[in-house]
Design a protein. Structure first.
Length: 228
């Protein structure tokens, strides 16, 4: 599955150049010009990495990062900034940035840093087919699970795909649009109710109280989040 990268950069030419080069590396890349636009796009979910300029209009990159971490968004963030003084790098790290690259930068170095960050946050691969949370264990390979009560259950392909997608973005909101397209393709208008039914069954299987879920959470107006 291709990874989605958001570039928050107020210089249009630089932002477009970064997106073009990320696309050449087989990433999906989007570009926004302001701090508020970055926060709004991140809130919709589905972003695997944020390349964040500090000097953004509306609110600067440090404030964007502070708000993201404050609302529990742990998406990897690579700060890209002309402000290279020690105090700026330290501030970025204090706000839980994952990497800090000063401008001017070497494009190859940036792409390598992007690759390293994405590999560290990669979704479960062939060697990591088990998901443990809340006393439950899911085996993605066999599409079977054992619940916290010891019950062995079979999962449908759709239920398995949904759990794997949300677990790959653990702690981050994934928009309903992205979830529906991932599960059902382009017929999103026909499958929103189906998605609701899938989530309901998974909660009945894995939540101590399906009416007050702890793991499969709905973030009103935004999407779904997995807290394992």
């Amino acid at each position: 599955m291709s990874r989605w990268i958001l570039v928050a950069e107020d210089e249009p030419a630089l932002g477009e150049m970064l997106c073009d080069n990320l696309a050449l590396e087989s990433y999906h890349a989007e570009h926004v010009l302001t701090g508020p636009q970055a926060l709004e796009r991140m809130a919709r979910g589905g972003i695997d990495l944020l390349i964040l300029d500090v000097m953004l209009p509306g609110c600067d990159g440090f404030e964007v990062l502070r708000q993201l971490r404050g609302r529990g968004d742990h998406t990897p963030v690579l700060i890209l900034s002309a402000r290279s003084a020690d105090r700026d790098r330290i501030r970025g790290l204090e706000l839980q940035a994952d990497d800090y690259l000063p401008k001017p930068f070497n494009l190859r170095e940036l792409l390598l840093r992007v690759d390293n960050l994405l590999r560290r946050s990669a979704p479960p691969g062939p060697g990591t087919d088990l998901l443990d949370f809340g006393g439950n264990r899911v085996d993605f390979r066999t599409m079977r699970a054992r619940t916290r009560t010891g019950e062995d259950v079979e999962l449908t392909a759709t239920e398995t795909k949904l759990l794997k997608l949300l677990a790959a973005h653990r702690g981050t909101v994934v928009s309903r649009k992205i979830v529906v397209e991932h599960l059902f393709g382009s017929q999103a208008a026909l499958t929103v109710r189906t998605l609701d039914n899938v989530v309901l069954r998974l909660r009945k299987l894995f939540e101590p109280d399906p009416t007050a879920p702890r793991h499969l959470l709905t973030v009103r107006g935004l999407g779904l989040r997995f807290d394992g």
